[in-house]
Write a protein that binds this ligand. Sequence first.
Ligand SMILES: Cc1cc2nc3c(=O)[nH]c(=O)nc-3n(C[C@H](O)[C@H](O)[C@H](O)COP(=O)(O)OP(=O)(O)OC[C@H]3O[C@@H](n4cnc5c(N)ncnc54)[C@H](O)[C@@H]3O)c2cc1C
Length: 421
Amino acid sequence: MTGRTAAVDYYDVVVVGAGPAGTMAAIRAAQLKKNVALVERNASVGRKILITGKGRCNLTNTADMDPFMQKFGKQGQFLRSAFYEFFNNDLIDFFKEYGLSAKAERQGRVFPSDDKSMSVVRALEKALAETGVNVFTGSRVMGIRNDAGIFHLKVEGRTEMWTNRLILATGGASYKATGSTGDGFHFAKLLGHTFNPLRPGLVPLKTKEPWVIEMQGLTLKNVRITFECGGKKIHSEIGEMLLTHFGVSGPLVLDLSSQVVELLGDRKEVSLSIDLKPGLTMEQLDNRMLRDIEEHGSINIKTLLKDMLPLKMIPVFASMLNLDPAKRINQLAKGEREGITALLKDFRMTITGALPLEEAMVTCGGIPVKDINPRTMESRIIPGLYFAGEIIDLTAPSGGYNLQQAFSTGYLAGESASCEK
Ligand SMILES: Cc1cc2nc3c(=O)[nH]c(=O)nc-3n(C[C@H](O)[C@H](O)[C@H](O)COP(=O)(O)OP(=O)(O)OC[C@H]3O[C@@H](n4cnc5c(N)ncnc54)[C@H](O)[C@@H]3O)c2cc1C
């Protein structure tokens, strides 16, 4: 049952969820002349897009395809077909066609030229209108039934919708105020799928040490962090992290957080080591201190540390070493000097957990890639059912990768769902 039909409730393709994945899926299917319904529970499309990239929307990354896929870990290869169909430059061209130009910043992060995520949503709305997608906002899908290959959708406040090509693009289960409450996992289960347990990804971490509160709001730049537990270590690049009233956050921490959550598992604690001077060896640091002592021996420890550490960190640092900040540096014992060097290279904290899924930027877990055909995004279990976006168990660190995943899998799902079998 394909092609346009007079029945009001029947659509060639129905897409549930108007985030980046669902919107792109609907646009692509409409470009291919299908009668498409895009059903969204919020009053408008792309609510989550508005808060991405701190309101600037880091919509993709300029990385090449292989390194791009590697960002998604071992299962990143799953995205090859989707990326072949619609990759970063295609996305940039797509937005250009609908009046939005983009610019690349450091680490290949791509943003709209006007730095406004609202402009991304406006461009998507324009594309939806121009391609003729039937958009139903304020319409939460409450249940889905598969009756001999026809999907019946119960939609809040509307008559039932039906289709034989259904795309689930309901996102993950975090930042629920944006509409992503995890309904899609429930629907997939009702239709016969299983899903991997949901865990927070790109999430701030909690620490045990009460003194972290004294350093809240402090950004540590050019540091390297290492998480360690049971002999397993996760190292970061050199970058930026943030100290908060409950623990740690910022790019370095968020990017490794899903691995840390995994490492925590049933354990109570994971140790975090911060190398505050990754560009210098212990020996170089010690030599530098010896030079300071020789040349400016009468200055105190606080003044010495001001050259090496942010001000807010000094009291905590000195108290961990049992040092009086007012003591003159030419009175430092060798052991005390070595203590400073060691702490600069290995400032330890204890991770006790993560903030809840609700406060995670992405949801890890979801529909396993083994149950989805990577060439079409169609379910390997239920013919006619497609998945796109964060509902799939495939997430990456920050940098525009997750939005590109959503746009690419959405595009491919929309295209495949529009093809005659
Ligand atoms: C604070 C924050 C910042 C981020 N910044 C970036 C960034 O800069 N770059 C980047 O690449 N990624 C970023 N992300 C991640 C990115 O936003 C997601 O990966 C992306 O939005 C996933 O797209 P999606 O279409 O799969 O799901 P979503 O965007 O979550 O969209 C799903 C849609 O489905 C709708 N829906 C759910 N259930 C139903 C139902 N029953 N009936 C009808 N509609 C329903 C929801 O209302 C929602 O609109 C950020 C995330 C957060 C939380």
